[in-house]
Design a protein around this ligand. Structure first.
Ligand code: ADP
Ligand code: F6P
Length: 468
């Protein structure tokens, strides 16, 4: 593997995780078994990386293990180690118990711990060092997401020659919420090390500029900030999906066969589908509550409609995630106990990860896709559903609080906190005539096809490259 690269992606996770319990194959990663890492970031960046000959710097998902760089699936990977303590304090702690809830409208209470902050600084420094080592002179370095917000300024200190882009995949909170963070100035200064700071939506970029003005007294002109004799641009680039990959998948005969199997398995019931990481921002309990009430109120009968909820295990050692899992499992048990009949469970719940083929089959089998986050940077599941529905069938129920709602205007948009509104919207989506489904789907597909992930990456990177 060549020593340095002209294009470097830095993200908390590599696109693959080591499968626990498999042989670690020494330090070169080759004997180990790998699987795709969870979440939208990997879904979006992996196809871009395959097209550019870059290097991806990130954690390989196994604590206390040091691996040498290796290659997989056409990508050069540089593993950054994390000790068990780093995982607890930096990843589960500051990233996912502090920043994640704070940036998602404080839907769970953020933990403010100095020990976690210290670990965040230390691990960010380690990522910056690893990126500095692998970047060629004048390279483009693209840093991803909230786990690494200090890396831009740390890397600039180490390597002033490289061009630095940063993209935040999750929402960026308004001043009134961000103000809570004891280390608020340090985070902003960290991000200002980049030449281009990208957000999902224009509102997030505005929040960032406003905060830099108020907290750091930074000079600005519209969305350009003047900082330490440099211009730092804040811009929005709504992320998207690999439409070509999904269209190829749904055309496969084995995927089509699987669609028929799924439909048979639910006995011809109308299928509502949820696909999420098991996360409290995703509004899973709200959608199940609404669905259960439709049975309670007599709008639906067992056998008429079935909800398939796939929830990928996520951040399982963080307390809020454990509480949510218990809550959802109790709720599913209660709904099935009250309304299910032999052979007709009303909710089919799976706490597992699925292959892309299986997901594509589920998207095609679903009459109604239910995406109800309480807050979400974008939500790629909504766009994946649209990308798969070349048949122009199916209906998308989409939270107003997902970034995707700004683009998918013809979805059945809903406020997930409003359970009555959610019930009405689910019924409307279930009863939509094929012509109405097609009208809405056509408009949404136009948007997603014209703005796919390749365009997202091209627009971000050409904006970064053009910067003087
Ligand atoms: P987030 O980044 O918060 O996880 P997104 O909806 O933006 O949310 O992205 C989730 C990604 O993870 C999508 O590409 C989706 O297909 C994938 N995904 C979600 N749930 C599963 C699952 N159970 N099995 C496999 N992939 C999943
Ligand atoms: O897209 C948001 C995000 O937090 C990514 O940064 C992350 O890779 C993904 O979701 C999955 O989360 P985690 O890496 O914590 O499993």
């Amino acid at each position: 593997m060549s020593q340095v690269s002209e294009f470097v992606v830095v993200a908390n996770r590599l696109p693959v995780d080591r499968v626990p319990g498999t042989a670690n194959g020494g330090t070169n990663g080759e004997g180990a078994a790998w699987r795709r890492s969870p979440g939208g970031l990997v879904s979006a960046i992996a196809p871009v990386m395959r097209r550019r000959e870059g290097t991806w710097v990130g954690w390989h998902g196994a604590p206390d293990e040091v691996l040498e760089p290796f290659e997989t699936d056409g990508m050069k990977l540089v593993p950054v180690p994390q000790s068990s303590e780093d995982v607890e304090l930096y990843y589960e702690g500051f990233s996912n118990a502090t920043l994640w809830p704070l940036y998602h409208d404080v839907v769970a209470p953020p933990v403010y711990s100095r020990e976690m902050w210290d670990a965040y600084v230390k691990v960010n420094e380690r990522f910056a060092q690893a990126a500095a080592k692998v970047a060629a002179k004048g390279a483009i370095v693209w840093i991803q997401d909230y786990q690494l917000q200090l890396v831009p300024s740390m890397l600039r200190r180490l390597r002033p020659d490289v061009r630095i882009g940063f993209f935040l995949h999750i929402p960026f909170p308004p001043l009134e919420l961000f103000w809570q963070l004891p280390w608020r100035r340090r985070i902003l200064e960290g991000l200002l090390g980049a030449d281009l700071v990208g957000f999902q939506l224009p509102g997030a970029a505005n929040n960032f500029v406003r905060l830099c003005r108020r907290l750091l007294d930074a000079r600005y002109n519209k969305q350009d900030l003047f900082w330490e004799d440099r211009v730092v641009r804040a811009r929005s680039f709504p992320i998207s999906v690999d439409v070509g990959e999904l269209e190829d998948l749904v055309a496969q005969p084995h995927v089509q066969e699987r669609v028929d199997e799924i439909r048979n398995d639910v006995g011809g019931a109308t299928i509502l589908l949820g696909v999420d990481r098991l996360d409290y921002t995703k509004g899973i309990t709200q959608r199940l509550e609404a669905f259960g009430e439709l049975f309670r109120d007599g709008h639906l009968k067992p056998g008429q409609a079935a909800f398939i909820q796939i929830a990928t295990p996520s951040r399982e050692r963080v307390e809020q995630y454990q509480l949510l899992r218990d809550q959802i499992e109790q709720q599913v048990g209660r709904i099935n106990g009250e309304y299910g009949e032999i052979g007709y469970p009303v909710v089919n719940y799976m706490h597992t990860s699925h292959t892309r083929d299986e997901l594509a089959a589920l998207y095609l089998a679903a009459d109604v896709m239910v995406v109800t986050p309480l807050r979400d940077g974008m939500n790629l599941v909504a766009k994946e559903y649209v990308a798969c529905r070349a048949d122009l069938r199916g209906a998308l129920v989409l939270s107003e609080f997902a970034g995707a709602a700004a683009e998918l205007r013809r979805a059945y948009q809903v406020n997930p906190y409003d359970i009555d509104g959610l019930k009405e919207t689910l019924l409307a989506a279930m009863h939509a005539e094929p012509a109405e489904q097609a009208r809405r789907m056509r408009a949404m597909r136009k948007r997603v096809i014209e703005h796919d992930v390749d365009r997202w990456a091209r627009e971000f990177l050409s904006s970064l490259e053009q910067q003087a």
